[in-house]
Design a protein around this ligand. Structure first.
Ligand code: NDP
Length: 248
């Protein structure tokens, strides 16, 4: 069985790292000394800027492109990456989309696209990566980005809340399967974070709902992910950690 030496670089895949929360996580984990694979779908220039800023700070990063909603494409890209570069020590399943509408107006496409990206995307990404992680025999970290909506629901987001609640169930179950391998699996559940995902929603309306009366920042989410990737978090698994300004 192949074992990776413990002083080999710890490679971490961050999906959807071209902007928003994923970008902040990639930069934060790069700063923490992990070798980052900056994943993107459409925005190569933005992803390249993330890679360059990690390298400029003294870190190591490369780019990888695929659509997480496409099983064949994701499997092919990840199998090739792992064959060429070796497996990952950590995964951050961050790529996600919304397609909000009141339930009677929720289209087939909005349901399918959100479930395929947010929930199927987890399966597509983690499946090819998990056995190489186990075989390396040096533990690891998997963090998913769920959402407050997946815990308490949110009007207009039946599809999104379903995908994120599913992701929480998947996270907790996989945590139980991988615990004896020293691989922790946790979910970070942001509330309202100031990114393009909230474009079109009036900020003032959201701020009224938040006890801290402000949106969160991507960096505030990334700091929690960094903690989950630390040695100090080695015994923390199967948990959902909310970062929501006291929303509930
Ligand atoms: P953004 O919309 O800013 O970024 C989403 C990222 O996901 C982009 O890089 C996007 O790239 C990528 N992505 C989307 N679909 C796919 C796909 N099919 N394949 C590959 N990449 C894809 O969102 P945030 O940074 O705000 O959100 C990050 C995560 O946090 C998401 O999972 C979101 O659900 C979750 N979250 C965010 C909250 C918020 O308030 N912002 C609240 C709760 C949870 P591209 O456009 O190129 O596809």
């Amino acid at each position: 069985m192949h074992e990776t030496p413990d002083d080999a670089p710890r490679r971490v895949l961050v999906t959807g790292a071209s902007r928003g929360i994923g970008r902040a996580i990639a930069i934060e984990l790069g700063r923490a000394g992990f070798s980052i694979v900056v994943h993107y779908r459409r925005e190569e220039t933005a992803a390249e800027a993330v890679r360059a800023s990690i390298v400029a700070a003294g870190g190591h990063a490369t780019l990888l492109r695929f659509d997480v909603a496409d099983r064949a494409e994701t499997t092919k890209a990840l199998d090739a990456e792992i064959d060429a570069q070796g497996g990952f020590w950590g995964l951050v399943c961050n790529a996600g989309v919304t397609a909000d509408a009141p339930f009677p107006k929720l289209s087939d496409d909005a349901w399918d696209r959100v479930l395929r990206t947010n929930l199927d995307g987890f399966f597509h990404v983690v499946k090819p990566c998990v056995m190489p992680m186990v075989r390396a025999r040096r533990g690891g970290r998997i963090v998913t980005l769920s959402s407050a909506a997946g815990i308490v629901g949110n009007r207009g987001q039946v599809n999104y809340a379903a995908s994120k609640a599913g992701l929480i169930g998947a996270t907790k179950s996989l945590a139980q399967e991988l615990a004896k391998r020293g691989i922790t699996v946790n979910s970070v559940a942001p509330g309202f974070i100031d990114t393009e995902l909230l474009a079109g929603i009036p900020k003032e309306e959201l701020e009224k709902r938040i006890p801290m009366q402000r949106l969160g920042t991507s960096e505030e989410v990334a700091a929690v992910v960094r903690f989950l990737f630390s040695e100090g978090a080695a015994y923390l698994t199967g948990q959902v950690i909310s970062v929501n300004g006291g929303l509930f």
